[in-house]
Design a protein around this ligand. Structure first.
Ligand SMILES: [Zn+2]
Length: 278
């Protein structure tokens, strides 16, 4: 029974075409293999099942803001290791590495720009900087963004993506919740419009403060949004969690968010809300 054996010896298995790394991505939802450049072009959304991959923070600028209308505000504000904190790594070293890798940006960047001609103040959280953690710099930048939006009477939009408070800054990081929330209260009293966009993942102190304080709260499809992570909750209560727990769709059903907006519609939806409410 050797009829199935390869007769043509010229075909050499060794000459397999090599596939460069990073060209293909497997969709965790539908398991389709996706061509990375095509995926990037499609706003990092799977074309088979609409699964929203995590997107680099800079891409949100292109997604939402009119091309060329943006000006970055409050650059060059950096954190320092004021508690002389060392855990697995020294916080000084961690900061130095993160600033070098991220081009001197902390966990958030603030912009002045336009959404279909409407002027806005936009903050975008950068998850690649120590897990998008909220420390003193995030608190200071968001506070300045709120003051700027108040003074110039512009809507404020914050795109959230964070693992929570920055433990390396201890209680100081927790104080940012109060600092930002009190600024937001003033902004709200003066009739300012504040919109949050919750993306995968938005957890911990960010959910516990400014993430959930938006006049309008949008979320991307399938995003993990919660305070403590599902694993911690499961261990604490000793019970299985309902399906889809802490995902956007679950939170919409429970009334925590206003709308789930696919990336492709985010800009037009924002424009509509700003046009209606400001
Ligand atoms: Zn898919």
């Amino acid at each position: 029974m050797d009829w199935f054996k390869r007769k043509d010896k010229k075909i050499k298995e060794k000459n397999k075409k090599s596939i460069p790394d990073g060209l293909w991505e497997k969709c965790p939802s539908c398991k389709e293999i996706l061509f990375k450049p095509e995926l990037d072009k499609n706003l990092s959304v799977c074309r088979h099942c609409d699964f929203h991959f995590r997107m680099h923070y800079k891409n949100y600028l292109d997604l939402i803001i009119d091309s060329g209308s943006e000006t970055r505000l409050f650059e060059n504000i950096k954190s320092s290791n004021f508690l002389d904190f060392t855990a697995r790594r020294n916080y000084d070293e961690q900061l130095k590495d993160a600033y070098e890798k991220g081009g001197n940006t902390d966990s958030i960047e603030i912009y002045l720009g336009k959404v279909k001609g409407k002027s806005v103040i936009l903050g975008i959280m950068n998850f690649s900087f120590i897990g998008g953690s909220m420390g003193s710099v995030v608190g200071e930048l968001i506070s300045r963004a709120i003051v700027c939006a108040r003074e110039e009477k512009k809507p404020l939009i914050l795109i959230c993506k964070s693992g929570g408070a920055r433990m390396q800054e201890g209680a100081i990081s927790l104080m940012q919740l109060a600092k930002i929330s009190s600024q937001l209260a003033k902004f709200s009293n003066e009739g300012g419009l504040y919109i949050t966009i919750l993306t995968d993942p938005t957890t911990g102190g960010v959910t516990a403060s400014y993430g959930m304080l938006g006049d309008i709260i949008f979320a991307e499809p399938g995003a993990l949004i919660g305070f403590a992570g599902p694993r911690v909750i499961k261990q604490t209560i000793g019970q299985d969690l309902p399906e889809g727990f802490q995902r956007s769709e679950f939170l919409l059903e429970k009334g925590f968010i206003d709308q789930i907006v696919p990336r492709s519609k985010m800009k037009s939806r924002l424009y509509k809300i700003i046009d209606l409410l400001s």
